[in-house]
Design a binder for this molecule. Sequence first.
Ligand SMILES: NC(=O)c1ccc[n+]([C@@H]2O[C@H](COP(=O)([O-])OP(=O)(O)OC[C@H]3O[C@@H](n4cnc5c(N)ncnc54)[C@H](O)[C@@H]3O)[C@@H](O)[C@H]2O)c1
Length: 315
Amino acid sequence: MENISETQIKSSSSAKISKGLIAVIGSGTMGNGIAHVFAQKNYKVNLVDISEEALKKALITINKNLDRQVAKATLTEEGKKSALANIFTFTKMEDALQDRELIIEAATENIDLKLKIFRQMDELSPAGAVLATNTSSISITKIAAATKRPAQVIGMHFMNPVPMMKLVEIINGYATHADVTKAIMELSVKLDKIPVEVNDYPGFIANRILMPMINEAIYSLYENVAGVYEIDTVMKLGMAHPMGPLQLADFIGLDVCLSILNVLHDGFGNPKYAPCPLLVNMVTAGKLGIKSGEGFYSYQHGTKDLILAERFVRK
Ligand SMILES: NC(=O)c1ccc[n+]([C@@H]2O[C@H](COP(=O)([O-])OP(=O)(O)OC[C@H]3O[C@@H](n4cnc5c(N)ncnc54)[C@H](O)[C@@H]3O)[C@@H](O)[C@H]2O)c1
């Protein structure tokens, strides 16, 4: 961890996103959603990914999601056109960051990749720019330490699907300046989101509470306390959760759940976060949930009907 110098504090205390110039790095599930919500609020968004193909796919998704809003009459045809016109795509960060006030990284969840991207973001963007990450589990403090401006680095954890979900978990790294937090909280409100400020410890709040619940549901299945249907039904009908924890795990991706549990386990050194052996086995066997076609449920015929995976049908 570097020391925060006077200049870093001074430059960060003027954190302003007044011209509305944003960049988003990574145009996958989260990146295209983040670009969508900023563009809809008239921010100019430079969207960066490693290939033209990924960017093309992102624009198709954004177009489709804007259409859905138009169909629901929550957006006009004009609003859709103007949102699309606010998004500019790039395959090179060098071309996309020179004049940006805020850059949000939403690339693949891999620590070495994120540290590399943040070093580039730091090098290529103006000194006053705020650098944010949408990471679900990597330490903001660690990411900030890869830059020369740790006071201007912050977590902006949007939820999936971004255009629908109200919450943004705003995560202060150890060195994040209070003015940067204030600017990002205010900006989130302008996007019609509800920001919640938390500090940088493993899993932040969302995953620190959600992942042990999912893990406990998997342990309950592993110990044969109840079946998949029973566990999810108890939590849906008994706790008014919109989705049971096992269905939710399939939706998030079992590999992602395992990796976040490992972050909690390593970060706190507490055995209560140890991933259930059944989860480990399923990931090893390539049963990752919706994305692989099978997890606790089977998705061979789509995601509309909940069909138990053959292995979990109680005989
Ligand atoms: N998917 C979720 O539900 C969810 C929710 C909250 C936060 N997150 C976090 O958001 C981030 C992105 O997740 P995602 O689900 O959108 O992943 P994704 O795999 O859908 O998209 C990642 C994108 O990053 C791109 N990428 C990789 N290296 C790059 C580079 N060097 N420069 C530019 N782009 C690069 C990939 O090509 C890909 O398009 C992760 O940190 C993840 O933990 C995900």
